[in-house]
Design a protein around this ligand. Structure first.
Ligand SMILES: *Cc1c(COP(=O)(O)O)cnc(C)c1O
Length: 381
């Protein structure tokens, strides 16, 4: 129950253990086509350029920036946690000029600040933000931020690494230009692949660049020779065959459950966990309206040793929860309910184990009430 990698579904591990076939084998190419169309479903898009990059979420981030930012481009980056900071570095390394809009950690991105920045910088070309900040558990209003960016003729780059499969991500309805995610969070697959989707506007920018993309490996003009449509495919790199078996299986599981059902399951497990933690007297970092169900950041009670509690949970109860990152290190725990980990048995284990460990250490919590609060939520269907 950390912030990723999440529990990998056993069916995915089984799929990954199957014999490795060639990356141009007709059967494999058929599987690639299925994977692309199931990714379109997951992203809620009809973008033909929807595919997994052969590397983790960070490479999906880099694919978006490397292909869309040209030297000299001004890019507005909205930062409200760790991952927005990485976007800034990506812009700089592509020769662009980042303009930072900062919000407090734990808050959603403020649309008013973005609008002010867009008005003050009519030469901005791109707006980038993180939809679901894994470092804090805050969710921003992607539809509203994208609409503002478009009113000022900017393309948008959206990080959906933690949101995809856990909370609604609607690429076409929200008109997102370029988006990336990861396999190891709410898709419950192993780490190492990064689904991306580019719309027509974004693809046009990639096709009409003045300069070549500085990364050979991530240059979509080249990658599309392998992942693009049609039967004529050329070798670009040897695809991570077995990892792609895993993603294919993960997407089949998602399709069978149904996206809306997956979102509802994450929400329900979050409500159960929240009931237990709050009954104990713990409080959340993010206000209710912007809280991610799949990433629960709670404040560590006064005087409690962060690492000691996490070690005890891991060694005694076989339960992993996440530490705080950056500005929140030592101050919060990040409890993940991602993908296959978002199950009743995990919520019950987490709440009872945490209560036991906090009691052992004499922390000031309410004892003996948390589990029944969890059960009440689980019983109400
Ligand atoms: C995990 C994460 C990433 C990076 O993904 P990796 O698979 O670790 O490279 C990027 N952005 C967000 C919001 C994330 O949670």
């Amino acid at each position: 129950m950390g912030p990723g990698p999440s529990d990998v579904h056993p069916r995915i591990l089984e799929a990954m253990s199957r014999p490795t076939i060639g990356h141009l084998d007709p059967l494999f190419i058929e599987m690639m086509e299925q994977t692309k169309s199931m990714l379109q479903y997951a992203f809620q898009t009809e973008n033909p350029l929807t595919m997994p990059v052969s590397a983790p979420g960070s490479a999906g981030m880099e694919t978006c920036f490397a292909n869309l930012v040209e030297p000299g481009d001004k890019v507005i980056v909205c930062q409200n946690g760790v991952f927005g900071g990485r976007m800034k570095e990506n812009v700089e390394r592509c020769g662009g000029t980042p303009l930072m809009i900062e919000d407090e950690w734990g808050r959603a991105v403020d649309p008013q600040k973005l609008e002010d920045a867009l008005k003050a910088n009519p030469d901005a070309k791109i707006v980038a933000f993180v939809h679901a900040e894994t470092s804090t558990g805050a969710q921003s209003d992607a539809a509203e931020l994208v609409a503002l960016a478009h009113q000022h003729d900017c393309l948008t780059i959206v990080d959906a690494v933690t949101s995809l499969g856990g909370t609604p991500v609607k690429v076409d309805e929200w008109d997102i230009d370029a988006i990336y995610s990861g396999t190891q969070k709410c898709l419950s697959c192993t780490p190492g692949l990064s689904p991306i989707s580019f719309n027509k506007r974004a693809l046009e920018k990639v096709r009409n660049r003045q300069s070549t993309v500085q990364s050979w490996f991530l240059d979509l003009n080249l990658v599309m020779g392998y992942w693009g449509s049609g039967t004529k495919r050329a070798y670009h790199h040897t695809a991570p065959i077995n990892a792609l078996y895993g993603l294919h299986e993960a997407l089949r599981i998602l399709e069978a459950e149904g996206l809306e059902n997956a979102w509802a399951r994450h929400r329900r497990m979050h409500n159960a966990l929240k009931a237990g933690l709050e009954a104990m007297g713990l409080s959340f970092v993010v206000d209710e309206a912007h809280r991610l169900p799949q990433l629960n950041a709670v404040t560590i009670p006064e005087g409690v040793d962060d690492a000691a509690v996490r070690n005890r949970l891991l060694n005694e109860f076989n339960l992993e929860i996440g530490a705080g990152l950056g500005a929140l290190a030592g101050k919060v725990w990040r409890i993940g309910l991602m993908g296959h980990a978002a199950r009743a048995e995990n919520v019950l284990l987490c709440v009872s184990a945490l209560e036991a460990v906090l009691n052992e250490r004499g922390a000031p919590i309410n004892s003996g009430v948390a589990l029944s609060a969890v059960q009440k939520v689980l019983a109400a269907r």
